[in-house]
Design a protein around this ligand. Structure first.
Ligand SMILES: Nc1ncnc2c1ncn2[C@@H]1O[C@H](COP(=O)(O)OP(=O)(O)OP(=O)(O)O)[C@@H](O)[C@H]1O
Length: 788
């Protein structure tokens, strides 16, 4: 490259010498363009200058030092990352041991506080005994203690509940399937625990938040997707797809449960939406919650009549040590168990209650069989257990949150719930765990917790170190990129190196070139030179290029009849169609894609592990043409007949020309098009009409007198000028007519031989200049422009 540059430099010199020697008559001719050519050549940097600059910027000591530091940082980062991976694996192992000691199926009990002025007799029926026991008072003499992994007393906060759940979220990120279930009688606070309210968010929003946070803190990249369904009357319903409400509404796609070759559960047709942040996931959760089947019952004003299941799937491909590449966390708000006789439910409510009780019983059977390590696990007895099949077994973590009512009249249901929980727990830990064994277990758990804390502290330290190094690396690479850019700038200001050619093209400094020598924008575009700087990162596409109608990545989505809380959030295709009040459809075919074309729709829904995964779609708004852009529309514009005529117009001061003539402020690439477009509001229509109809042939001018020619030209020019600028057009007109009269005067005073001589001389010089410039790499377009 250096050799090439030197050779070219030689050719610059020889060109300048050649032109100087060949144009020995330069002084006689006194042509301004010949002087300008010499100026250009003189202004070219000398070889020595270039070499110095190049050496300074590209081969400086700083640059070398940076390179050394960068490679050192890379080395350190590799070691630190390895260390973090090792600590992650260690932490995972310790956490797993800890959870195993705690129990892969853990059972908590939450006692609902009194609400809405509920009153009690002198003795409360359900009282927390200690942190893990509940005392049930059947009568004054008869009491029974129930033990759990943890008891959450009536005054417990959502924070306290979540702190018990948090360790399993780490397990989920480690690749284990996790299942969090809220079980209990109707009206005992299951939905409150899982969903919460804006003031006290529940387990679902907190879990999602923790997932995103912990994923961001880890040194891996996770991809999350959100799904939500309900099991209503034994049927699976996608809560991100609107249900049919009217008779003629199409039925939603049927969800079916399949098992993949690895034993994983796949729900066919379930919508899974990739979520990149908490807000996105929460807006989907809210949307799904609104579609839940609820009804008012004797026990609860807004009673859930189904099992609501929220699934967050996570994929992490860059952590080989993870249990699975893709795993999931299920958060299930189970339907309330109820005594149908007590609730006096009839008809549909009765059917709902029956279906809920049946599936809850099936769930109890499955967990019981799992704990007993039975050879047959009765998963197939309900849809609920089929869906949770791969999240309840050995290789997963289960949390059961049992909810009980504090009311005496609910004692029977409370005892049922407690017995259900006991059945799960007793099997896991053994009915009578000796005290000694329990103490040892607890001690081991505390040690493991400390060990885990230490590992996490070390890991955090390393992570901080990695972050610091990365920042340093960024700043160093930026510096080196800056210096490269500086070098590029230097190169492009003097020598332009085309990517695909070994030729070096000289780009003369535009300010030094007379206007007639500048290539037109059209020619630069054709030749790929000009504004398209090869080294510029953001090469702007020509404006004419239409933007694609939709992008794969999401920003926002137009929502029909969406409540205020959803506005501005990214929502699924389903939500786009939901219209909440106007529920329409559920199938791919039925979905109202009226605002979306077919290819877009296909783009949104991609198959991901047999699931329908909606990549977050974005509808790119067709923006209304701006006022000044409207001027470009054919109906609104008039084309000046000749380029030369336009050029006259373009001499109108910049404020006018930039707005009214080009209509573009920054796109130089489009300039050659819009330059020729004159908006109708800047040209008087009558004048313009004359302009075309009465266009004067230039040959006529030679036949008329000088004065007539002047008048005619002035008249023509006057017609061309915008009527809006009377003062300015007079000035321009005066200048132009003056020039043309001078020209005619010269024509008359000089003899024919003089004119011929001058023309030959110009031609001769042009050829010489052409030969010289050709050797510098100027292309055909340039000469065309020159000739024009
Ligand atoms: N821990 C709590 N603190 C304050 N209010 C609570 C608590 N638990 C429940 N509630 C209140 O009790 C009422 C019933 O709760 P919720 O709807 O969550 O019960 P549920 O078990 O989900 O009922 P269902 O099974 O019928 O859906 C609600 O008004 C809720 O706000």
């Amino acid at each position: 490259m250096m050799m090439m540059m030197k050779n070219t430099k030689k050719s610059f010199r020889s060109l300048s010498e050649t032109i100087h020697s060949l144009l020995g008559f330069k002084n006689e001719t006194n042509s301004t363009w010949a002087n300008t050519v010499c100026d250009i050549i003189k202004s070219l940097p000398s070889t020595a200058d270039y070499e110095n600059d190049y050496d300074d910027s590209a081969h400086g000591h700083d640059h070398d030092l940076d390179e050394v530091i960068i490679s050192k940082i890379h080395g350190e980062l590799a070691i630190l990352n390895e260390e973090v991976c090792r600590l992650n694996a260690q932490r995972r192992q310790v956490l797993n041991e800890f959870l195993q000691l705690k129990g892969n199926i853990r059972v908590f009990c939450r006692i609902r506080p009194t609400v809405n002025g509920e009153k009690f007799s002198h003795q409360r029926p359900v009282v927390p005994a200690d942190s893990s026991g509940i005392l049930v008072n059947f009568s004054e003499k008869k009491r029974k203690l129930y033990n759990f992994d943890m008891v959450l007393h009536p005054g417990s906060t959502q924070d306290e509940v979540f702190s018990e759940i948090e360790p399993v979220i780490k397990s989920a990120l480690d690749g284990y399937n996790v299942c969090i279930l809220a079980y209990g009688q109707t009206g005992t606070g299951k939905t409150f625990t899982m969903e919460g309210n804006p003031d006290c968010p529940g387990v679902v929003p907190r879990t999602i938040e923790a997932l995103f946070k912990q994923a961001a803190d880890s040194n891996h990249t996770y991809l999350f997707s959100f799904s939500m369904l309900e099991i209503y009357l034994g049927q699976l319903k996608d809560l991100l797809i609107p249900h049919a409400r009217k008779a003629n509404d199409p039925m939603p796609t049927c969800l079916s449960i399949q098992t993949d070759p690895n034993g994983g559960i796949v729900i066919d047709n379930l919508v899974a939406i990739q979520v990149s942040n908490l807000n996105h996931a929460i807006s989907l959760y809210r949307l799904g919650s609104q579609l839940r089947s609820t009804a008012s019952t004797n026990s609860n004003k807004i009673s859930s009549r189904s099992h609501c299941m929220i699934r967050m799937s996570m994929t992490c491909s860059d952590a080989t040590e993870r249990r699975k590449i893709t795993n999931k966390i299920w958060m299930v708000d189970l339907g309330g168990s109820e005594r149908v006789l007590k609730t006096k439910a009839l008809g549909r409510r009765f059917e709902e209650g029956k279906a809920i009780n049946l599936s809850l019983s099936a769930l109890g059977d499955v967990i019981n069989a799992l704990q007993r390590k039975n050879s047959h696990i009765p998963y197939r007895n309900s849809k609920l257990t089929q869906v949770l099949k791969d999240s309840l077994g050995e290789d997963s973590k289960t949390l059961m949150l049992i909810h009980v009512s504090p009311k005496e009249e609910d004692l029977c249901e409370t005892v049922c719930s407690l017995n259900f929980a006991l059945r799960l727990r007793n099997i896991h830990l053994g009915k009578t765990e000796p005290n000694e064994a329990r103490v040892m277990r607890e001690e081991a758990m505390t040690n493991l917790q400390h060990e885990m804390q230490e590992i996490e502290n070390n890991r955090d330290r390393f992570m901080k170190e990695i972050k610091k190094l990365n920042q340093k690396l960024d700043s160093l690479t930026k510096t080196s990129a800056d210096s490269t850019e500086k070098l590029d700038g230097l190169l492009s200001s003097s020598l332009k190196v085309p990517q695909d050619s070994d030729k070096i093209t000289v780009t003369p400094q535009s300010s030094k070139i007379p206007r007639f020598m500048k290539p037109t924008i059209c020619s630069t575009r054709k030749s790929g030179t000009g504004n398209q700087n090869l080294y510029k990162k953001d090469i702007r596409p020509a404006r004419r290029k239409q933007l694609p109608l939709s992008r794969a990545e999401s920003v926002s989505f137009p929502l029909k009849n969406m409540t205020k809380s959803y506005l501005g959030s990214s929502i699924s295709r389903a939500s786009c169609l939901v219209g909440l009040n106007e529920i329409q459809t559920g199938t791919d075919d039925d979905i109202d894609f009226s605002s979306v074309n077919e290819s877009e729709a296909n783009h949104w829904v991609s198959l991901h592990e047999n699931k329908r995964v909606l990549s977050n779609p974005t509808r790119v708004k067709k923006s209304k043409p701006k006022e000044h852009m409207k001027l470009r529309k054919p109906a609104d514009v008039k084309f000046a007949g000749k380029e030369s005529r336009f050029e006259n117009i373009s001499t109108v001061p910049s404020t006018t020309s930039s707005k009214s003539i080009t209509g573009v402020d920054d796109s130089s690439t489009e300039c050659d098009i819009y330059c020729r477009i004159v908006p109708c509001d800047t040209i008087d229509d009558t004048c313009h009409q004359n302009d075309y109809d009465n266009e004067v042939d230039s040959t006529v001018i030679s036949q008329v007198s000088t004065q007539e020619a002047q008048n005619l030209e002035a008249c023509e020019l006057e017609n061309d000028l915008p009527a809006k600028f009377p003062s300015m057009d007079k000035i321009i007109l005066k200048d132009l007519t003056k020039n043309s009269s001078q020209k005619l005067e010269n024509e008359q005073t000089r003899g024919f031989s003089d004119i011929l001589k001058e023309n030959i001389l110009i031609m001769y010089n042009s050829v010489l200049l052409g030969l010289g410039l050709k050797s510098l790499g100027f292309d055909h377009d340039f000469f065309q422009a020159l000739m024009n």
